[in-house]
Design a protein around this ligand. Structure first.
Ligand SMILES: Cc1cn([C@H]2C[C@H](O)[C@@H](COP(=O)(O)OP(=O)(O)O[C@H]3O[C@H](C)C(=O)[C@H](O)[C@H]3O)O2)c(=O)[nH]c1=O
Length: 180
C-alpha cells in the first residue's frame, strides 16, 4: 500500500496481541496460571472436565468447591485472600476476570490484567493470595463459574478482604457495571 495514505486523526498501528500459536502476548501477574481443557461434544450434548490431578496444574488438593453466578452488568469484587488460592473455572456466560497485584514483593506489583472467558473459551485460572480479583458479567446471559479454592470456607472469619469496585487505588474502571 502507498506510503502516502492519508490517515484520519486518531489512527495508529495496531499492536501485536497474540503469537502465531494463539498464545496471548499480554503480561500475566506472577503466580497466575491458566489451563483450558477441551469440551467434548457429540449429538447428545457435551462434557468438559473442571479439574483433574492428571493435568499437573498444581499440587493443591481439592477440599472445597462452589458455583458462582454473576448477572449481566454486575461485578463481584474487589476481593483478595490472605492465604487462599482461588481456582476459578469459567464455564458459561461471558465473564471478564480483572486482577490487580497488591503484593509489594511481586515482580508484577501493581499490574492490572483483564481477560474474558465464556462457553467458547473455558478455562481454569488460579489466583494467588494477595491478588485482588473482580469478575464482571459482560454478556447478555448470567455468567457461571466454579471455584475450587485451596482452603475450606471459614464461616466465622472468612479469609476475604473486600474493597469497593471504584477504589481510586486500583487503576481500573468498570464502565458498564455496578456491584460489590
Ligand atoms: C465462599 C462461600 C460463601 N458462603 C456464603 C457466605 C455469604 O453469605 C454468601 C456469599 O458469599 P460471598 O459474598 O463470599 O460471595 P460472592 O460475593 O458471590 O463472591 C464469590 O465469588 C467471587 C467471584 C469471589 O471472588 C469470591 O472469592 C467468592 O467468595 O455465601 C458459603 O456459605 N460458603 C462459601 O464457600
Amino acid at each position: 500500500m502507498s506510503d502516502e495514505l492519508t490517515l484520519p486523526q486518531g489512527s495508529s498501528q495496531q499492536a501485536q496481541t497474540v503469537e502465531k500459536t494463539g498464545q496471548s502476548v499480554a503480561k500475566v501477574i506472577d503466580g497466575v496460571r491458566e489451563f483450558s481443557p477441551p469440551t467434548h461434544e457429540d449429538e447428545r450434548g457435551s462434557l468438559c472436565e473442571l479439574y483433574s490431578d492428571s493435568w499437573g496444574f498444581d499440587d493443591i488438593p481439592m477440599v472445597h468447591a462452589y458455583a458462582v453466578t454473576v448477572r449481566p452488568n454486575q461485578v463481584k469484587g474487589w476481593a483478595c485472600h490472605q492465604t487462599q488460592v482461588d481456582r476459578y473455572f469459567f464455564f458459561s456466560g461471558a465473564v471478564k476476570l480483572v486482577l490487580y497485584d497488591a503484593r509489594p514483593e511481586s515482580p508484577t506489583y501493581k499490574l492490572v490484567t483483564e481477560k474474558t472467558y465464556s462457553d467458547i473459551n473455558r478455562a481454569l485460572v488460579s489466583v494467588p493470595p494477595g491478588v485482588f480479583h473482580a469478575v464482571e458479567c459482560v454478556g447478555p446471559q448470567e455468567g457461571l463459574l466454579f471455584n475450587i479454592p485451596s482452603h475450606t470456607y471459614n464461616y466465622e472469619k472468612p479469609d476475604k478482604i473486600i474493597c469497593p469496585i471504584d477504589t481510586p487505588d486500583i487503576p481500573y474502571t468498570f464502565k458498564n457495571s455496578t456491584g460489590h
